[in-house]
Design a protein around this ligand. Structure first.
Ligand SMILES: O=C(N[C@@H](O)C(=O)O)c1ccccc1
Length: 329
C-alpha cells in the first residue's frame, strides 16, 4: 500500500513585497473578514526608554498624536495598499484585532486606552480607559497590550498590560464585567499569574482565551465565561519571552518568541503547535532579513502566517509548503 503523509512546513513567501513597505514600529497585525492584512504601526513615534516616567505616565505628549495613518490594510497576496485610517488619534499603538463586522479594535500604551474604530470611520465608536491616566480599576488600564472580541457573545477581552497583570472582560457595550489574573509571585509563576500579558488569541470553537504571558515565556489559556485556568503551553525552545499567539480553526496555534538574552541558546523564531497536544510541529525564521523583535503574529485558515516586527519595522509573510512524501509499506 502507498501512504501519502502530508508533512507541511512553513517558510517565508519571498515574493511578498510587504517587506519593502516604509512602516514605523509594527506593533499589531490582524486579518479582516475579507482576509486582508491589517497592520497597526507607530509611524514616526517610537517606544524607547524615555517614553514613560517611573509611574508609567507618557512623557512625549508634546509630540502630539501620530500624523500618519496608523492602520493600513493590505492585499495579502501582493501587499497592495487597499485602505488606511487612524491618523491623529494615537501616540503609541500596540495591540490590534478585527471583529467579525470588520471593526478595528486597538490598544494604545501611551493613552492607556482601548478603542473600537469602524473600518471607514475617523473617530472611535467606543473608548475604554481614561486618556493618559494609568491605573488598575474598572475604568483605568496600565499600558494595555491587546484586545479581542468574542464573535459569539460580543464580549470584549483586554490584556492589561505592561504595568498590570490581568485580563479584563467587558460587555459588548463596554461595561465592566469581571477580571482575572495576578502578578507573578517571586520565583514561581503559577496558573493565572502573569508577567506582561502581551497578546490574545480567542478560540471561539473551544470557548477559550489564550494569552502570551510574555516574560514568563509561556502561553496560558482560560475559559471565556469564567476566566478559569485551563492549561499552560511552555517549551524550552521558547526561551525567556513569548511575545504573541494566533490560533486557526482546525487546532493550530502559532507563536513568536523574543530574542535570546546574551549567552542563551534559544533563538528568536516562529512556532507552529498542535493546540490540543501543545506540541511544537514546526518552527520558522525569515529567509530575507532577520527577526529583531517579532511583536505580533496572525495566521489565516489556509496556513498563511504574517509576523510584524517592532524593531525591524517589517512584516514578513510565510506560507505552508506542502511536501507529499510517498512511502511504500
Ligand atoms: O518592550 C518594549 N517595547 C515593545 O514591547 C514595544 O511594544 O515596543 C520596551 C521595553 C522597555 C523600554 C522600551 C520598550
Amino acid at each position: 500500500a502507498e501512504i501519502l503523509d502530508q508533512d507541511f512546513h512553513i517558510e517565508e513567501a519571498v515574493e511578498w513585497t510587504g517587506l519593502d513597505l516604509k512602516l514605523g514600529q509594527v506593533s499589531g497585525l490582524a486579518l479582516d473578514p475579507e482576509n486582508n492584512l491589517v497592520v497597526f504601526h507607530r509611524g514616526d513615534h517610537v517606544w524607547d526608554e524615555n517614553s514613560f516616567d517611573s509611574k508609567f505616565v507618557y512623557q512625549q505628549r508634546g509630540l502630539g498624536p501620530i500624523e500618519q495613518d496608523t492602520i493600513i490594510v493590505l492585499n495579502p497576496s501582493n501587499a497592495e495598499l487597499l485602505h488606511s485610517t487612524g491618523k491623529s488619534l494615537f501616540y503609541l499603538p500596540h495591540g490590534l484585532s478585527v471583529d467579525k463586522n470588520g471593526n478595528y479594535w486597538v490598544t494604545d500604551v501611551a493613552l492607556h486606552q482601548v478603542f473600537k474604530l469602524g473600518a471607514k470611520d475617523k473617530e472611535p465608536l467606543l473608548t475604554l480607559g481614561v486618556p493618559l491616566q494609568p491605573g488598575s480599576d474598572k475604568n483605568h488600564f496600565c499600558q494595555p497590550t491587546d484586545v479581542a472580541v468574542d464573535p459569539v457573545t460580543g464580549s470584549i477581552y483586554v490584556s492589561d498590560g505592561y504595568c498590570n497583570s490581568r485580563i479584563v472582560q467587558f460587555s459588548p457595550s463596554g461595561l465592566y464585567v469581571m477580571q482575572w489574573g495576578e502578578e507573578t509571585s517571586l520565583g514561581r509563576s503559577g496558573p493565572g499569574q502573569f508577567s506582561i500579558p502581551h497578546s490574545l488569541a480567542l478560540i471561539p470553537d473551544l470557548s477559550q482565551l489564550c494569552v502570551a504571558d510574555r516574560e514568563n515565556g509561556r502561553i496560558q489559556c482560560f475559559r471565556l465565561e469564567t476566566g478559569e485556568f485551563t492549561r499552560e503551553i511552555k517549551h524550552k525552545a521558547f526561551g525567556r519571552e513569548l511575545f504573541a499567539v494566533s490560533y486557526i480553526p482546525g487546532g493550530l496555534l502559532f507563536a513568536v518568541n523574543g530574542m535570546p538574552y546574551p549567552g542563551e541558546a534559544e533563538s528568536v523564531q516562529g512556532f507552529v503547535m498542535n493546540f490540543s497536544t501543545g506540541e511544537i510541529i514546526d518552527t520558522f525564521i525569515p529567509l530575507r532579513k532577520s527577526f529583531e523583535m517579532p511583536h505580533d503574529i496572525v495566521a489565516s485558515e489556509d496556513r498563511t502566517v504574517f509576523v510584524g516586527d517592532v524593531h525591524a519595522k517589517a512584516v514578513w509573510k510565510f506560507a505552508s509548503v506542502e511536501k507529499l512524501e510517498h512511502r511504500s509499506v
